[in-house]
Structure formats: structure tokens, C-alpha cells
Write a protein that binds this ligand. Structure first.
Ligand SMILES: NC(=O)C1=CN([C@@H]2O[C@H](COP(=O)(O)OP(=O)(O)OC[C@H]3O[C@@H](n4cnc5c(N)ncnc54)[C@H](O)[C@@H]3O)[C@@H](O)[C@H]2O)C=CC1
Ligand SMILES: O=C(O)/C=C/C=C(\O)C(=O)O
Length: 490
């Protein structure tokens, strides 16, 4: 049994949300603040019975929710987004305290995006039944039938955004959901359940079961009643999730890590590239889509290094609840050790430290914004995702070399290319990733596809790709002329 958690006076339930009710557990785990290691509270841990009950509730609620149709679901989901908005401050404070995300980014970026994730897909779902393919022979009406119960598994680096990014299209298209939030940052998903409840979503439509990945998560993804699994997280866990999904032939969408290239061509605006480059330290580098691998043309390499060094030197590392802070903490001591391990091994392998390279004195879960160079292309620091404020720089002599280097990891999530527009476009076209920004970063539209190639993921979410994933697409065919039954034709 766990007590209500209070973050700056905002109450947060520590319990699961199953079938429209809070459900407590005999087992708990602690969540704490990465800034000062203060324990924020005890959280109910999901036992098998909780997972089974949540999936059962989602199953029972599915026919009624699906039968409402997109228009019938719209008012519920608009109220859901409104209720998220009413909790803006609680959500912002919860994720800043629980995950170390900047409070200002939560208020101005993430909470509005979470609301949009719900309303945009709810409205877009209205158009789903309208697709018609007309031929000389027949009219094909393309239906998007809701698939059923969807399991949603989220990571700790952006739990609110990612829960809504997945639940938005799943719910809008008539599915019911069971969300398993990350054990290192569960609080905002609990507040999301409050918002769903206040919005009057029918019991069982939206469920949250908290707990450890290896137990609660594993139980959830192996449930044969599931129709879909949408997962964001690491590659090793994705393989476990995909295996469990395969055992029941459940389609899964996997959004995973990356080692995305940040290419700076010889004709780039170096001031702009350096300013954007420093953004790779956002969320202490715990951002899947960050360009963590700098590829800089040899002719401008030294000038670029000095410009970026100057921007990075002015970054404010500190408490994410302080409006002046730009770079916050690493989520967990285990992740700090992981980052430190990458740094030590890079140094041992002979990498040169351009800046940073040490723990930051702000606190035990802080690391200096770091950049390495002088490494071979097969070095671990070049090939593996660190998921911390640690970047690496290589230089190149030609576009062909830049493209070959960009495409030389197992990943293929995102990319960034700075240069004269046509030149950057030509290079970007040949980089093997799910998306790539030209002279920019993090411009996102919910209609656009999001996901990665290679070890960065399977499938795409966003816009019609989300609906294709969360729906069973069906073709209803009506002939234009009287149909003549004949064995001679197909
Ligand atoms: N491509 C993308 O959109 C994003 C990818 N990521 C990736 O996620 C990773 C960081 O997140 P983490 O939370 O450490 O990843 P993780 O893979 O350890 O955990 C992700 C989620 O899976 C759950 N989980 C763990 N074992 C499970 C199992 N056997 N069955 C079912 N669920 C299980 C965890 O409890 C958590 O909720 C990074 O590698 C990062 O690149 C993070 C954010 C976005
Ligand atoms: O913009 C999106 O849809 C996804 C963004 C994901 C991240 O920034 C992340 O969590 O790393």
C-alpha cells in the first residue's frame, strides 16, 4: 500500500488505474528525484493479477468504445485533452521532479504537445472512413476497424509525450489501451489517468499498470488478448517485446535508439550549426532523435569546433525546475554509471576530449556536456548510443565520405544536415534514416511519419501510419455493374 504523493502541493496517486478505478498493490517501488535523490514516493507495482485485470477491463470496454465511432469518441477525447491542460502545472512539476525534464520545456513544449497528441488524432480519425478507391469495375471503401486492446510501453526520457503519442491514435481509432509507464519516471502517466477519469472516458478504455519491465511489462506484452503492442525504448528490450509479440502473432511497433549523424557541410552557416549543435545536450542528451555523431567537413572543422565550444561553454547546467537551466540531470545512478563507462572507455581507446569529459559538480547525477574526437569509425563511442550528454566528432573530405560515415552504424533513426539548401538536400537524400532535418532540428508535425530503420525501429507512427498500425484495414467492395457469377473468371 502506498500513500498519495505530493509534488509542490499537487497530489498524485501511486496506484494503478484499472477499469476506471484506482487499484493498489501489496508490492511497491520507489521513485525519486534525479536532482537531489529525494524519494518522491512509493508506487504500486503491477502483479500478474493487475495486468490480467487491466487487459480484461480493456477487453470488456472495447466493443462499446469502438461502437461510438470517431465522431462519438471525439467529445470524450477533447475533454481528455482539456483535462490534461487543466493539469499542466502538476504534469510539468511531476516530470521535472521525476525525470529531470526542464520545467520550462514541460510547460511550453511537452504538455501542449501531449494535448495535441490527443486532439489531433481524435479529429483526424473523423476522416478515416472516407477513403474510397473507385475503378471502372467497383467502389472500394477502405475501412479502418479498430484492432482491439493495445499495450503501450514507454521509456523514462519522455513518458508523458510518448504515452499520449501512442494513446492518442489508438483511442481515436476505437481501441482500448493498457499503458505500462517506465519504472524510473511513472508519475505523469498516473496524472494522465486522472485526466482520463475526469474526462469521463468509460471504465476500461484507458488503463495504467505500473511496475518493472521484466515482470509487469513482460506479463503485459505476452498476453494473448492483445491486438497491438506499441513500444518505445531500448534495442535489447525491443527484442524481448518482439519475441513475446511473435508468440501470439501480435503486430508491434518499435521506436528505438539511435546514433544519428549531425552533418556540417563546408557551405554551412557555422553559427547556426553550432547553436543547433548545442541543443544535442537537451535533456542531458537523453533524447532518442538527437544528432550525437558530428560529421564536419575538414575545411571548416576547426572553425566549427571553436564556435560550438563557445556556445557549449555558456550552457547553464543545473536544476531543471530553475527557469535558467538548459541542461539537467541524468535520470538514474545506473544511467550515470553507463554514461561514465562510455566516457572512460572512449578515453582509454585514445579519444581526444574537446570539452567536458568529467562528472559535473552540480550533483551526483550530472555529467559535463562532452565532445570527443580523434576516434576510429569502429570505436564504441562512434557506433553505440550513449543516451547522455556525450557526443563525438569526426571529419570528412567529400560528400561521399560524409554519407558513408553517416550510414555506417546499425542505427537509422534521425539526422541533421547543415549546408547550402540544395547541397544539404542532396546529402540528406542519401542518408539512411527514418527522418532528417535540413538546417533545423525537432520540427515535428503529427501528420508526418516518425520511426527508424535498422536497429532504430520497426514501423512508423504518426498521421496515417499510426492509424494503419492501430487499425485493421478492411476493403469493402461494391461492384458498379451487376455481378455475374462465373467459374471462368477470378
Ligand atoms: N525512438 C524513439 O522514439 C525513442 C527511443 N528511446 C530509447 O529508449 C531507451 C531508453 O529508455 P529505457 O526506459 O531505458 O528503455 P528500456 O528498453 O529499458 O525500457 C523501456 C520500457 O520497457 C519496459 N520493459 C523493460 N523490459 C521489458 C520487458 N521484458 N517486456 C516489456 N516491457 C519491458 C520498461 O519498464 C520501460 O517501460 C534508449 O535506448 C532510447 O534510445 C527513448 C525515447 C524515444
Ligand atoms: O517527437 C516525437 O514524436 C518523438 C520524440 C521523442 C523524443 O524526443 C524522445 O523521447 O527522445
Amino acid at each position: 500500500m502506498a500513500d498519495t504523493i505530493h509534488i509542490d502541493g499537487h497530489p498524485i496517486s501511486p496506484d494503478h488505474y484499472i477499469n476506471g478505478r484506482r487499484v493498489t498493490s501489496t508490492e511497491t517501488f520507489e521513485t525519486f528525484c534525479p536532482v537531489d535523490q529525494k524519494v518522491l514516493g512509493k508506487i504500486s507495482a503491477g502483479l500478474d493479477e493487475h495486468v490480467d485485470a487491466a487487459v480484461g477491463a480493456a477487453q470488456a470496454a472495447f466493443p462499446g468504445w469502438a461502437a461510438l465511432g470517431a465522431a462519438g469518441r471525439l467529445p470524450y477525447l477533447e475533454r481528455f485533452a482539456e483535462e490534461i491542460g487543466k493539469r499542466e502545472e502538476a504534469l510539468a512539476l511531476a516530470e521535472a521532479n521525476d525525470a529531470g525534464v526542464l520545467l520550462s520545456r514541460m510547460r511550453h513544449g511537452i504538455v501542449p504537445r501531449a494535448m495535441l497528441n490527443i486532439t489531433w488524432f481524435a479529429k483526424e480519425a473523423l476522416t478515416l472512413q472516407d477513403r474510397v478507391i473507385e475503378t471502372a469495375q467497383a467502389i472500394h471503401q477502405v475501412r479502418h476497424d479498430p484492432a482491439g486492446i493495445c499495450a503501450i510501453i514507454t521509456p523514462w526520457n519522455s513518458p508523458l509525450m510518448l504515452a499520449t503519442w501512442k494513446a492518442g491514435p489508438a483511442l481515436a481509432s476505437g481501441n482500448t489501451v493498457v499503458i505500462k509507464p517506465p519504472e524510473w519516471a511513472p508519475l505523469t502517466t498516473s496524472l494522465l489517468a486522472d485526466a482520463a477519469d475526469a474526462a469521463g472516458l468509460p471504465p476500461g478504455v484507458f488503463n495504467v499498470v505500473q511496475g518493472m519491465g521484466a515482470t509487469t511489462g513482460a506479463r503485459l506484452v505476452s498476453d494473448p488478448r492483445l491486438a497491438r503492442i506499441s513500444f518505445t525504448g531500448s534495442v535489447p528490450t525491443a527484442k524481448l517485446v518482439a519475441s513475446a509479440a511473435a508468440a501470439n502473432l501480435v503486430p508491434c511497433s518499435l521506436e528505438l535508439g539511435g546514433k544519428s549523424p549531425f552533418i556540417v557541410l563546408a557551405d554551412a552557416d557555422l553559427d547556426a550549426a553550432a547553436a543547433t549543435g548545442a541543443l544535442m545536450y537537451r535533456n542531458a542528451g537523453q533524447v532518442c532523435l538527437a544528432g550525437t555523431r558530428f560529421l564536419v567537413h575538414e575545411s571548416i572543422r576547426d572553425a566549427f569546433v571553436e564556435k560550438m565550444r563557445a556556445v557549449v561553454a555558456n550552457l547553464v547546467v543545473g536544476d531543471p525546475r530553475d527557469p535558467a537551466t538548459e541542461v539537467g540531470p541524468i535520470i538514474h545512478p545506473r544511467q550515470v554509471e553507463r554514461v561514465a563507462g562510455f566516457v572512460e572507455r572512449a578515453k582509454a581507446a585514445g579519444a581526444t576530449t574537446l570539452w567536458g569529459g568529467e562528472r559535473h559538480d552540480f550533483g551526483p547525477q550530472y555529467f559535463q556536456p562532452t565532445m570527443f574526437c580523434d576516434v576510429s569509425n569502429d570505436a564504441e563511442i562512434v557506433q553505440q548510443e550513449v543516451f547522455g550528454p556525450v557526443l563525438v566528432m569526426q571529419s570528412f573530405a567529400s560528400d561521399e565520405e560524409a554519407i558513408a560515415l553517416a550510414n555506417s552504424t546499425v542505427y537509422g533513426l534521425g539526422g541533421i544536415c547543415y549546408g547550402e539548401q540544395d547541397h544539404a538536400q542532396a546529402v540528406a537524400d542519401q542518408v539512411r534514416t527514418g527522418f532528417i532535418w535540413i538546417n533545423s532540428f525537432t520540427i515535428r508535425d503529427l501528420a508526418a511519419p516518425f520511426g527508424g530503420r535498422g536497429q532504430s525501429g520497426v514501423g512508423r507512427e504518426g498521421g496515417e501510419w499510426s492509424f494503419d498500425f492501430f487499425c485493421d484495414v478492411k476493403d469493402v467492395i461494391t461492384p458498379k455493374h451487376p455481378f455475374k457469377a462465373s467459374f471462368a473468371h477470378r
